[in-house]
Design a protein around this ligand. Structure first.
Ligand code: ATP
Ligand code: MG
Length: 398
């Protein structure tokens, strides 16, 4: 079948009556950005969008937009004139692509009530036409192998038989901005995707402790940002914070079993500072209740005490295998499992407290003065985006 348009159905936008056009506008510009290297043209209205393929391949166009949040589903469609003959001709063309001896159903939506044939008449007419030319097919209205959808709208008739699911959610940029704490592990990239699905833009922060953590481990985190950027059509910024000095200071002043708590408190303090600087209203991390010592409620309480900024934990209650499934889906899994060390694994205490006492932690912390070190870490931080890598690759070609 030669398709000429993609029909895009919106997700939860339907709920947002007041801000509807703002949501649609954001979604339209996301699609346009994802398709800017193609000839395809996006036309978005209140209820749905049509992408005029202009000769582009429908599968490639769908692949470029299917990870955009706010899209419920997509269908390659043919747009035809409001003529009964054309409808018949295309019904047979569609049926021609159905497997031998399979079952089908014709479903009609008639938005234009002035169209001369009624819904039931169109169904009958097209069903008969298909069976005349493709007599191996069988009609089954309950559980058909194929559905041929015919939408009679005011401007034209649209016909399709495939529905490709999108990721749903809300268009990016409609939910403000958050700062993602990105390690090289499996969880935090997934947490980032989940929060972006709710329309929240993100920048990321990573704590790097050279020479304890290698260039390779930093490169792994950059690669994760590249994947996340590619998938969402964003150029996500990664802020890399030099963390060695702070981490060794903690190591020297705080007993081993509480050092994890203090390290996390410092990370969160820095994250909050950066979040405020970049205009983010929340911090996101990949924590999961009960997964490790730093992720018990008591630990979270002690760590969270350094800030009143909301700390969002989209993976809090998921099972590990559910998180892994999502990481595979988002295509970050293969990179996340590369064996490079993270700053937290290098300095990992032998027996971290699962119920750290906040007062004790504060007592030890009061003996180390890190005010200046915090400023230095923030001042010396570097920024990376996937554009940089693309530029490097481009320069490499010259
Ligand atoms: P992940 O798979 O995301 O590393 P995890 O289950 O291994 O998570 P931890 O290593 O305890 O858990 O980290 C908990 C969260 O703290 C991470 O999900 C991440 O958000 C944040 N985090 C840990 N290490 C770093 C780091 N080096 N830089 C930035 N954030 C970090
Ligand atoms: Mg980790």
């Amino acid at each position: 079948m030669k398709y000429d348009h993609i029909l895009v159905r919106y997700g939860e936008l339907t709920l947002k009556t007041k801000n509807r056009m703002m949501f649609v506008g954001k979604l339209k510009s996301r699609m346009e950005r994802a398709l800017n290297s193609t000839e395809a043209v996006v036309r978005a209205n209140r209820d749905r969008a049509y992408i005029d393929l202009n000769g582009e391949d429908e599968t490639q166009v769908i692949n470029k937009i299917k990870h955009i949040s706010g899209i419920l589903s997509m269908s390659p469609v043919v747009k035809i004139e409001k003529s009964i003959d054309e409808m018949k001709e295309y019904a047979v063309k569609f049926a021609n692509g159905f497997k031998k001896a399979s079952t089908f159903k014709i479903e009609v939506k008639r938005a234009d009530k002035n169209f001369p044939l009624k819904t039931h008449d169109i169904q009958q007419l097209l069903g008969t036409e298909v069976l005349t030319y493709e007599d191996h097919l069988i009609v089954d209205v309950r559980k058909p192998d194929y559905k041929l959808m015919v939408e009679v709208r005011f401007d034209a008739i649209y016909m399709y038989s495939d529905v490709v699911l999108g990721i749903g959610g809300l268009p990016l940029g409609t939910g403000g901005k958050a700062l993602l704490m990105l390690s090289g592990g499996i969880d935090s990239p997934v947490a980032g995707f989940e929060i972006m699905k709710r329309g929240v833009e993100i920048e990321a922060i990573h704590f790097h402790s050279p020479p304890y953590t290698s260039e390779m481990s930093l490169d792994k985190v950059k690669k994760l940002i590249d994947i996340m950027s590619l998938k969402t059509g964003e150029h996500i910024k990664l802020h890399v914070i030099p963390f060695t000095d702070l981490q060794t200071t903690v190591h020297d002043h705080v007993p081993d079993n509480l050092s994890m708590t203090t390290t996390r408190r410092i990370m969160l303090t820095l994250a909050k500072r950066l979040a405020t600087e970049i205009g983010a209203e929340a911090i996101v991390n990949g924590e999961n209740l009960g997964q490790v010592a730093s992720q018990t409620l008591t630990s979270m309480f002690a760590i969270n005490e350094v800030t009143s900024m909301p700390v969002l934990r989209p993976l809090l209650t998921l099972e590990k295998n559910e998180i892994i499934k999502k990481a595979v889906e988002f295509e970050t899994y293969e990179t996340s499992i590369l064996p490079y060390e993270d700053c937290c694994t290098i300095f990992k205490p032998k027996a971290p407290k699962t119920r750290p006492n906040l007062e004790k932690v504060k007592q030890f912390e009061s003996k180390m003065d890190i005010t200046e070190k915090l400023e230095i870490a923030l001042k010396n931080h570097t920024i990376y985006t996937d554009e940089e890598r693309n530029n490097e690759e481009f320069t490499g070609l010259l």
